[in-house]
Ligand binder design. Structure first.
Ligand SMILES: [Zn+2]
Length: 152
């Protein structure tokens, strides 16, 4: 998983689960890639899930955002808006703050992929390669999950 970069991967879905984040619905799709690696794909609210959880079907996802799991809040300055604990941002925060909240709620602690408005899905063929693309925007230095404000 190329954390902090866009990447392409051929995957087959394993399981799919919706999670409510402040009245908006995100989706986590657990997928397996051709190297037999499993990883979670997070679909933010208001973004098309792109792939169904039909077992045995393969998809080529292009321009997924690779993200580390949100770090636990440790010793950072409290949020100036609500006084809540803050944590370092992750690449998922650059797509939608709901992504990190869903990841925290689901207990995901490993790197994960995010479907963004740039992500596309096609049917794979023999000529499609997994690819690592350009870096995504730097994550915010500090994020409050209590009020979803980006502190810095
Ligand atoms: Zn706050």
């Amino acid at each position: 998983m190329p954390v902090g970069r866009l990447f392409d991967r051929q995957v087959t879905p394993i399981t799919r689960r919706g999670v409510d984040v402040e009245g908006r619905r995100a989706v986590r799709i657990a997928v397996r890639d051709r190297a037999d690696g499993d990883f979670p794909v997070l679909v933010p609210p208001d973004v098309s899930p792109l792939i169904t959880a039909e077992p045995g079907r393969w998809y080529h996802l292009a321009d997924l955002v690779g993200s580390a799991a949100p770090a636990p809040p440790v010793g950072e300055a409290p949020c100036p808006d609500c006084g809540g604990p803050t944590r370092s941002g992750c690449a998922g925060d650059t797509v939608d703050p709901a992504v990190s909240r869903a990841v925290i709620r689901l207990g995901i602690v490993e790197p994960f992929a995010v479907v963004s408005s740039r992500t596309t899905v096609t049917r794979p063929d023999e000529t499609t390669d997994d690819r690592t693309g350009s870096p995504v925007d730097d994550p915010p230095a500090s994020v409050c999950d209590a009020c979803v404000s980006v502190v810095a």
